[in-house]
Write a protein that binds this ligand. Sequence first.
Ligand SMILES: C[S@@+](CC[C@H](N)C(=O)[O-])C[C@H]1O[C@@H](n2cnc3c(N)ncnc32)[C@H](O)[C@@H]1O
Length: 223
Amino acid sequence: MFYPFEMEQYLETLLGDRDPLLREMEDQALHETIPVVTPTVGNFLNLLVSMGKSQAILEIGTAIGYSTIWLARAAVITGGHVTTIDMNKDRRARALIYFERAGIQNRVTALEGDARKILPKLESRFDFVFIDAAKGEYLEYLNLIYPLISPGGLLVVDNVLFRGWVVPGSDFAPKYDRMVNGLRQFLEDLCQNPDFTTTVLPFGDGVSVSKRQKNVVRKTLLD
Ligand SMILES: C[S@@+](CC[C@H](N)C(=O)[O-])C[C@H]1O[C@@H](n2cnc3c(N)ncnc32)[C@H](O)[C@@H]1O
């Protein structure tokens, strides 16, 4: 947390009470140190999907399905569907049970495997994409999802400020150099891409929100 922990706690109190299932998942994630989105980010994802009336939603990084449930609950309102990808078989299996318990199993397709292998095989387009998987792979995901985002679609990425260390001048252990530099490069590429309008929000672990232009300039990042 790179801003006062009290602020995230305060923002959480403003959300009101969450249902017991989400609370249970938050406890599980904390207990097992599974890095799920904060409740404020979950709520934000839910709000964005319903505000944008998104239909075809893609998530990279299911874990036990916490953020997926926030997304899928908005999809119930928009009439949309969430496709979510994770390479961890055990976590996916647990997510499927949570989806049943949340009653949103018909709104979700959970794919198992490495997103870098699955994404090139996807044929449909998505009007909402959420990236929350391996931070060291964000640049790769960006290249692969680029052709999959509909004109006018939204791209939301979690952890882009990674404990605030992405901000130049931050103090962190050398073992994080690669990850931090990768995230800086990722944000630069995203913010300078003429096909996207991007803003970076400093809550949770840093969240970027990008809207793809209606008139697409490039078909791939390398054009
Ligand atoms: C931060 S957790 C996702 C948390 C989840 N979005 C939430 O907030 O509830 C990241 C997940 O990404 C998965 N992951 C990492 N690299 C991946 C890859 N290349 N392809 C698919 N899944 C990946 C991990 O197995 C892990 O469960």
